[in-house]
Design a protein around this ligand. Structure first.
Ligand SMILES: Cc1ncc(COP(=O)(O)O)c(C=O)c1O
Length: 291
């Protein structure tokens, strides 16, 4: 951070570019796009995939508000689909039923709840043969793994949060990773006022400094160099942080031996420790399921 302050480059610049590259190497992703929140990453991913008012988008019925609100930003309709009660992640069977009932569904936002990887193979099978994309809400999931691969390594769009409660913190921040060069390019344009030039390229561009076109009505979602400087240091310490969380989780497990949390697949990096507790509704409480 001191280095950034001394350099005078405070907003999006070389540190953001370095953080994007380091993050992509860490998770094994092709194209990283750093932004200022996970919500921004999800919004940009949906926008880049062309989601609009005629579309419906599925998300998990057990999540934070951001996974649903980003669908509304684009005028699309959120469709809430049930979770698997053990994993607390989107149920592929319930998704298949929703797809059969609603031909407007064009995207699905599965949430890797508290670091538990979703059953991505099952979800991919459910959408197979349809014009539907999977935009992963990986706010809790750095560095969770599935089939030996980190979450974010292979995705239509995978969205991480670097908010203070997350496993990597830049104060506020987020990252979109994608396999698609076109989706990354659109998200890069849309994260900063629809400017067609890569702002980071201004440093070494042949084009006159600050020459650009604004090609679309857009957003202000860029990450700053100060945030990226924190991110670079936090990223280097991920393995140490994982080790600390594993030790704390092992202690919880020994003290709460009657309610263990053992994910049936994938490596879970314990962003939070969640166990389902079934409570009876208080007398007179509204029945939300009937609404
Ligand atoms: C599941 C989930 N998705 C998205 C978000 C939004 O993250 P951000 O605050 O970086 O937009 C959160 C934040 O806590 C979250 O828990």
């Amino acid at each position: 951070m001191c280095d950034s302050i001394r350099s005078g480059w405070l907003t999006s610049g070389p540190k953001v570019r370095a953080f994007e590259q380091a993050f992509a190497n860490y998770v094994g992703a092709n194209f990283p796009v750093a932004v200022n929140s996970c919500a921004a990453a999800m919004h940009l991913a949906l926008e880049a995939h062309g989601i609009g008012p005629k579309d419906a988008v599925v998300t998990s019925d057990y999540t934070f508000t951001a996974s649903a609100e980003v669908i509304r930003y684009l005028g699309a309709t959120p469709v809430f689909v049930d979770i698997n009660p053990v994993m607390l992640t989107l149920s592929p069977a319930a998704l298949a039923r929703a797809l059969a009932e609603n031909p407007r569904i064009r995207a699905v936002i599965p949430v890797h709840t508290a670091g538990h990887p979703c059953d991505m193979a099952g979800l991919r099978e459910a959408i197979a043969g349809r014009d539907v994309v999977l935009i992963e809400d990986a706010a809790h999931s750095l560095p969770s793994e599935l089939s030996g691969q980190r979450i974010g390594a292979a995705s239509d769009g995978c969205c991480f949060s670097f908010y203070v409660t997350k496993t990597l913190c830049t104060e506020e921040g987020g990252m979109l990773t994608t396999d698609s060069v076109e989706i990354a390019a659109r998200a890069r344009t849309m994260r900063l006022h629809g400017i067609d030039a890569d702002v980071f390229a201004w440093e070494d561009s042949e084009r006159p400094l600050r020459y650009y076109e604004v090609v679309a009505p857009d957003f202000k979602y860029n990450m700053t160099d100060l945030a990226a400087a924190i991110g670079l240091h936090q990223l280097r310490r991920q393995d140490e942080f994982c080790e600390l969380r594993s030790r704390t989780a092992a202690r919880y497990d020994s003290l709460l031996a009657n309610c263990p949390v053992t994910p049936p697949h994938g490596k879970h990096w314990l962003q939070a420790r969640v166990a389902p507790v079934h409570l009876a509704a208080p007398a007179g409480a509204p029945n939300l399921r009937s609404r």
